[in-house]
Design a protein around this ligand. Structure first.
Ligand code: SGN
Ligand code: CA
Length: 521
């Protein structure tokens, strides 16, 4: 047999077998669907809290997989959280510290780049909010900045801008399904679906208007917080009573002209506007006839806020259900990791607030559920501390891709496998923005029982909470008799974490003395 025939008879077939094996191995690598909503509080998810709304599809992920009861973010703000998720690093390392002034260097490494390089098809669709040009994705189609609820524009990969008629949550899901339907099925995929809901200004889909009309929401225990002994809380601008706007936020416009001037209304088509007017006009008339003021008006605003907020969440949950059904129909559910999380938590009236940013529980903690039948037992309840920076290394580990050494997060997969693995005993937080809502920059440490926070820049102060005795975080114990020792211990632990995460700025502030005049206790 000459060498040409040898090649045809022996070598070529084995090359085919090899290619076939590689392709099979590729298709068997797990897929990923990472759904990130915007400002969806754990309090608003029935898997966490039965009292506010029913979220059957998010709950389904929890029941068929795991619910994380101690998932936290490293910096409670949209852009910084997304940057932390992508890079597996704290803001001081990935450079995206805040929404107002930071620039995200998209040329840096991310778990997406690692996946694309190892043969995955990767996509980000919907809200992105860390620039206009994602890098390292096979495909992207993103909302510019915050995006709009109705008839949203999208930035496309070819540099064009496209307006799509309809409601943003449905459209983002459509884009995700379209991409999945045309993907190369010989390769595994990873798609990040960024939803706009439940972000301000809480505009529900027309089909969901009125769904909470009969419900009266209980005021949170610390709704009428007096912010005593808490300098930073005294200075913020994020209260339902003063900051939340009747027209802009709650759709109670005093005139048609005011409504017409509102960008989010202006862009609606006639049918959408009619539905909104039909629903909100009678509510406005009723409110005027009541002539409310003081606490009665604040409580009215709270009820209205909850109704709109939870209605945007209903569409979010429904569209998450669509994705789960899509995976079922395409026989992808067994081999796909599905994670649903919010970019941070949110205040639903706690401390009298909306918005996030604080190291207080409601904004620091984020909802997170995960399904992966090959690894996670249905109904798993996970009580370890996990951080948003852990997503990147966890996904890489699940896929068998090496975790880059400079990622600061830790894979939580070993925690899910081993009950005895205790994981972290404390977590570190650092928030930087000093702008909208006037929340002071702050960093701190949380252990199971305590939280120590150092505020700086806007105010200079310390806060210490005993979370067991004071879960609503209204009794600042810093400087109080009897708590000196615990404060020193926590400071030492905090310093250790600061060093571990190499946060030079925090280290300097930690060692700076606060002058007596600025302290309020
Ligand atoms: C907007 C909102 C703020 C919100 C930030 C950050 N104002 O600026 O209320 O805190 O986004 O949110 S709005 O009038 O424009 O709605 S984040 O989720 O993007 O971090
Ligand atoms: Ca957000």
């Amino acid at each position: 047999m000459n060498s040409k025939n040898k090649f045809l008879f022996y070598i070529l077939p084995s090359v085919f077998v090899l290619i076939n094996l590689c392709t099979k191995a590729q298709t068997q690598r797990p897929n990923i669907v990472l759904i990130i909503s915007d400002d969806h509080a754990y309090q608003a998810i029935s898997a966490y809290n039965k009292g506010l709304a029913q979220t059957n599809n998010i709950d389904r992920i929890a029941h068929e997989g795991a619910i994380f009861n101690k998932a936290y973010v490293t910096n409670s703000l949209c852009g910084p959280s997304r940057a932390a998720i992508l890079t597996g690093k704290y803001s001081n390392k990935n450079g995206y510290k805040e929404n107002e002034k930071s620039f995200f260097d998209a040329s840096q490494n991310s778990f997406i780049k690692e996946l694309t390089n190892s043969g995955y098809q990767t996509a980000w669709v919907g809200k992105y909010h860390i620039g206009n040009k994602p890098e390292g994705f096979t495909y992207w189609q993103i909302l510019p900045g915050q995006g709009m609820y109705y008839n949203p524009d999208f930035l496309m990969m070819d540099g064009s801008r496209k307006r799509v008629e309809g409601y943003v949550t449905n459209i983002v899901e459509n884009v995700a399904e379209d991409w999945l339907s045309q993907r190369d099925t010989t390769k595994p995929f990873c798609i990040v679906i960024g939803h706009k809901a439940t972000h301000r200004t809480w505009m529900p889909d027309t089909c969901d208007l009125g769904m909470f009309d009969k419900k009266k929401f209980a005021l949170p225990a610390n709704f009428y917080d007096d912010y005593k002994n808490r300098l930073a809380a005294q200075q913020q601008d994020m209260t339902i009573s003063k900051t939340m706007v009747m027209g802009y936020d709650l759709k109670m416009f005093d005139s048609k002209e005011d409504e017409n001037n509102e960008g989010s209304f202006k862009r609606m088509n006639a049918a959408q506007r009619n539905k909104f007017d039909e629903y909100y006009r009678p509510i406005y008339e009723d409110l005027k006839s009541k002539n409310l003021s003081g606490n009665a008006l604040t409580e009215w605003k709270f009820q209205r806020y909850m109704k709109d907020y939870l209605s945007t969440a209903a569409s979010l949950d429904r569209n998450i259900g669509r994705m789960l059904n899509y995976l079922d129909a395409d026989h992808l559910s067994q081999n796909t990791i599905v994670i649903y999380m919010s970019d941070q938590g949110f205040f639903l009236g706690e401390h009298g607030w909306f918005d996030k940013r604080w190291m207080y529980e409601e904004s620091f903690r984020t909802p997170m559920v995960m399904r992966y039948p090959k690894l996670i037992q249905p109904g798993t309840i996970d009580n370890h501390y996990v951080l948003n920076i852990d997503i990147a290394p966890s996904l890489l580990q699940a896929l068998g891709v090496a975790i880059p050494k400079d990622m600061q997060g830790e894979s939580f997969l070993p925690l899910l496998k081993n009950e005895n693995n205790k994981g972290r005993n404390a977590i570190y937080y650092h928030y930087y923005e000093n702008g909208e809502h006037k929340v002071s920059p702050q960093f701190g440490i949380k252990t199971n029982q305590y939280k120590l926070i150092r505020f700086y820049e806007r105010v200079e102060s310390w806060e210490l909470y005993d979370l067991e005795k004071d879960p609503h975080e209204t009794h600042n114990l810093f400087g109080k008799k009897g708590y000196e020792k615990i404060a020193i211990e926590l400071k030492k632990k905090l310093e250790k974490l600061i060093n571990e995460y190499d946060d030079e700025e925090a280290l300097q502030i930690l060692h700076k003395q606060i002058s007596g005049a600025k302290r309020n206790f």
